[in-house]
Design a protein. Structure first.
Lengths: 562, 195
């Protein structure tokens, strides 16, 4: 009999697969349906002639970038003018310029890095009409781009990848909206607030007063998890009882984090008619996920050095779940916090249900490494799988080198152009992270953001740029907002999002033009366990080796010091 | 240029639908189907709101069960939730844990002479992630039960019964970990009377 914590994780994986597989098939159908619905036809009439036509990868990419740029401006405007706008019952002032800029970038890029506390910075309008809208839109943009790239792999003729507006609409209305409604209803039933009333004032049993903040939270939290956004309604994010009141709400939010990215792997399998290959990609992701939990959970259950030396009881049993309870909640304990920590850092979600800064060196290193893998283990909605394609291309390329044949993937020859794009997609972000961390460590204005002294402060800095560049959004939350860190982070956010996105579209556009090569006896098989091992190995080598020196300066030294 | 016009139209439509209609409809549904749960799970006593079952509040009097430490300013500030963010090897954390453990020993020992630091469960000396964790571990509740029983002149068995009644088990007996809701427990104690 497994301890309860471990059986919760097993059940989690089973439920995830049981839901993701059928959802993936449904999504494949949504993105390949020929007929437009009445609303789509209406919009295309409004948009003008040719707006519903198929686009090549350049046109598609340009539309994505233009749309995101304009939305960034709107979001910035709402934040800066919130004190003049309605739905601000707590009379919050305008958001400071550098925070507003970073936040706009953060939400448009599906990151939700937060240099602010939601409940005391953002009005209901900013949260609802600004940030929550981006939770939907940035997710839908990622999903649309993935659909386009997959079409590039699947199609055998023509020069186009689909139409951005159509893909955006279908992602929003047919996938994100129904799932959000279901999740929001479950969360409301568990006690997550959903109200337009201003805060309540409580007169406590000892005669003090306490402010109970609330708002239309459940509807936003549902999409924050489903869209791998992660921005909290409250500052402590999903650790706050109002965001995540029970063990059940935690489980539902945890499923929501990985549901769409997992389903997209199956969607890919259906769309390219290679379902066994898709299962292998899924297996590789699951393997890395399980490794993450397998490191974090025992480390946290074992507890930190400080707690072990203190003499207090940290052993599981006798009415407690024990372990490192610093910055963790009773109702989640170690297992549910570990699963969340790994899922959120694998998936580019970034919401947290416990504090990372207080985790043990080994436990805290897990999300740090996960981020550095480029958010391809399930990853962000859409962006995770198209990021994984870069690693798949590198893996088949290496396999091709080993057997001395031109590499192929799903019947298409992989040549210099694809490999260059894959290398750009896979290596650009890690390189940027290391460069920015170095700059932030070497400059006075960079060091000013650090909260914990010494080695741990380096880890905070590395994590901040790792998180923003990879569009994750979780934090070693001690790292503070200055105009330097906020502006520097804004650059990381935009480049981290759009360089891989455009590289992926270019790969799609390039594969589109390839003739199908029939598989022969010499073809490297991508539907067996050898491929899974190779893929995990390539991810480990490419990203893992890049971060190892940085890890040595951070968590590894910290672990050795005591 | 076309991209700008189409983007603006899309932004207006998307904001209207996903920014207003969706949350408004969900709020309407919540008000009808889950009025109490959707408005902050407030608890009233004699017609006055005394707190929320989802937010810890400050308890320092000996007649009450106490919450876990909170890193918010002031403590248990539901409007400013925050992590403590002290790293795992931080000397500040070591001092915090030590001081807190000593304070607990000083408070509880008169009622429980055999108590040592090894009996203190870890959640009693660590800040919660939200700063308003409404629960304490059943172990921490058990540790405080003798004091509350003695101060209120109630039998220990009564206190233990109330603790059991205020314990939220795992959801569906499976998900999450059990915890004792401190505000509900203290309200139940007050209802019982005693000094």
């Amino acid at each position: 009999m497994l301890p309860s914590g471990y059986s919760q994780i097993v059940v989690y994986v089973i439920v995830l697969i049981a839901l993701a597989a059928p959802l993936g098939r449904y999504m494949a159908w949504i993105y390949t349906r020929e007929r437009d619905d009445a609303v789509e036809r209406g919009f295309f009439r409004l948009f003008g002639r040719g707006s519903g036509d198929e686009q090549d990868w350049k046109r598609y990419g340009l539309t994505v970038v233009g749309f995101s740029a304009i939305f960034s401006l709107v979001l910035y405007g709402i934040e800066r003018l919130q004190h003049h706008l309605p739905l601000n019952p707590d009379h919050l002032a305008a958001v400071q310029p550098h925070i507003a800029l970073n936040t706009a970038a953060s939400f448009v890029t599906n990151t939700n890095w937060q240099y602010y506390g939601g409940e005391y910075t953002m009005s209901y309008l900013s949260q609802m009409a600004g940030l929550a809208v981006q939770n939907f839109v940035s997710a839908a943009v990622g999903m649309a781009v993935l659909a386009a790239v997959v079409r590039g792999i699947a199609r055998r003729s023509g020069g186009t990848l689909g139409n951005f507006w159509r893909d955006l609409y279908r992602s929003l209305v047919y996938i994100l909206l129904p799932l959000s409604i279901i999740v929001a209803i479950i969360l409301i039933s568990q006690g997550v607030p959903q109200t337009f009333d201003a805060h309540a004032t409580a007169h406590t049993l000892q005669g003090a007063t306490q402010t109970i903040t609330r708002g239309p939270a459940a509807s936003q939290i549902a999409i924050k998890e489903l869209g791998t956004n992660g921005g909290g309604y409250w500052n402590s994010n999903s650790a706050v009882p109002f965001e995540n009141p029970t063990g059940l709400s935690n489980f539902v939010e945890l499923i929501s984090i990985l549901l769409i990215p997992a389903a997209q792997v199956f969607m890919f399998g259906w769309m390219v008619a290679a379902r066994r290959h898709a299962w292998m990609v899924f297996a590789a992701m699951l393997a890395v996920f399980v490794i993450g939990v397998g490191v974090n959970l025992p480390a946290e259950q074992h507890g930190s050095q400080v707690l072990r030396n203190s003499g207090v009881n940290i052993t599981m049993g006798h009415g407690q779940s024990g372990g490192n309870m610093q910055d963790k909640e009773i109702r989640f304990g170690q297992a549910a916090t570990a699963t969340w920590t790994v899922a959120t850092s694998d998936a580019s979600n970034g919401s947290v249900n416990g504090g990372f800064d207080a985790m043990t060196p080994a436990g805290g290193a897990v999300p740090l490494v996960n981020l550095f893998l480029g958010e391809v283990i399930f990853g962000g909605v859409g962006s995770g799988l198209y990021g994984m394609f870069f690693y798949i291309l590198i893996a088949v390329f290496i396999a091709g080198l080993m057997v001395g044949r031109t590499p192929e993937w799903l019947g298409k020859k992989i040549e210099a152009r694809e490999i260059k794009l894959a290398a750009l997609g896979a290596l650009f972000v890690p390189t940027m992270v290391l460069t920015m961390t170095a700059v932030a460590i070497l400059t006075k204005s960079g060091v000013a953001s650090i909260y914990n002294h010494g080695v741990h402060g380096f880890t905070e800095t590395l994590y901040a740029y790792d998180s923003q560049s990879n569009n994750n959004g979780s934090a070693f939350a001690g790292y503070g907002a200055t105009s330097f860190s906020a502006s520097f982070g804004t650059v990381a956010l935009y480049f981290g999002r759009f360089v891989p996105l455009l590289a992926a579209l270019a790969v799609g556009g390039s594969l589109l033009k390839k003739k199908i090569v029939p598989a022969s006896a010499g073809t490297f098989r991508t539907d067996g366990p050898t491929f899974v091992a190779l893929l995990v190995g390539v991810i480990g080598l490419t990203a893992g080796l890049m971060i190892l020196p940085a890890l040595t300066l951070g968590p590894i030294v910290e672990g050795l010091m005591h | 240029m076309k991209i700008i016009v189409r983007s603006v139209i899309s932004i207006v439509a998307i904001t209207a639908f996903f920014g207003f209609a969706y949350p408004a409809v969900m709020t309407g549904f919540a008000a009808l189907a889950f009025h109490h749960d959707s408005t902050g799970s407030l608890i009233e006593k004699n017609g006055r709101v005394v707190g929320s079952r989802l937010a810890a509040q400050s308890f320092t009097w000996p007649r009450y069960f106490h919450e876990r430490p909170s890193a918010t300013v002031p403590a248990y500030n539901a409007g400013g939730t925050t992590f403590d963010n002290l790293g795992p090897t931080s000397p500040d954390l070591a001092k915090f844990v030590h001081d807190r453990a000593q304070a607990i020993l000083k408070l509880e020992k008169p009622y429980n002479p055999g108590l040592t630091i090894h009996d203190i469960p870890v959640d009693a000396v660590t800040t919660s992630a939200s700063g308003i964790d409404p629960d304490i571990s059943p172990a921490y509740a058990a540790l405080q039960s003798r004091r509350v029983a003695a101060v209120r002149h109630l039998p220990l068995a009564t206190i233990q019964r109330l603790i059991r009644q205020s314990t939220d088990g795992r959801s569906w007996g499976f998900f999450g970990e059990p915890g004792v809701n401190v505000l509900e427990l203290n309200l139940a104690l007050d209802k019982l009377g005693g000094k």
